[in-house]
Write a protein that binds this ligand. Sequence first.
Ligand SMILES: Nc1ncnc2c1ncn2[C@@H]1O[C@H](COP(=O)(O)OP(=O)(O)OP(=O)(O)O)[C@@H](O)[C@H]1O
Length: 194
Amino acid sequence: MSLAFRRVACDRGGRRLFDDVSFALAAGEAAVVAGPNGVGKSSLIRIAAGLLPPAEGEVTATERIALLAEAAALDAERTVREGLAFWAALDGADGVTVAQALDAVGLAALAGVPVRMLSTGQRRRVAMARVVASGAPIWLLDEPGNGLDSASVGRLEALIARHRDGGGIVLAATHLPLAIPGAQTIVLSGEEAA
Ligand SMILES: Nc1ncnc2c1ncn2[C@@H]1O[C@H](COP(=O)(O)OP(=O)(O)OP(=O)(O)O)[C@@H](O)[C@H]1O
């Protein structure tokens, strides 16, 4: 299993954001994308997800991918459980149940609550539960710590560690310090520094 970037460049709005990014992650490995606001961290995650074509280079992912992005895309009127079950069916989940995923993010007690009643941090945690419930081996996490309290950040770190222990791959873009032991750091520098 692997996720690899080979000499990837990214253009947005006619501007080169970054150039020549190469890395490879094998089973159990992780990488953190760092760099200042606007340097292209989210864009790199979107390229990894296949949502944005690279301007140059190539990306290969040998397994199914789950993406944690800003919008959780859950129906506000459905309950948390229903919303997650909907996505689990579409994501082709196998092995992990919605109840287990909610438990993993500490939200088992809110399974029957409509999504519209959740706080910002709780929505983020439900979005993370969707990633867990997808059963996908490769996790792409865009600012997974945003809006989380410290207990939730600890849970997130434990989830990432468990996923890697099970042979999963994690690529995360984050401003906040996250404990991801042994992760590679992918530093994006703006074009003025390239
Ligand atoms: N759809 C788009 N069209 C054109 N330019 C875009 C588009 N989306 C983002 N950009 C630009 O690309 C640059 C990089 O954005 P991106 O969100 O990848 O950066 P980031 O490093 O994740 O930033 P932050 O740390 O603020 O989240 C920014 O200058 C942004 O304005």
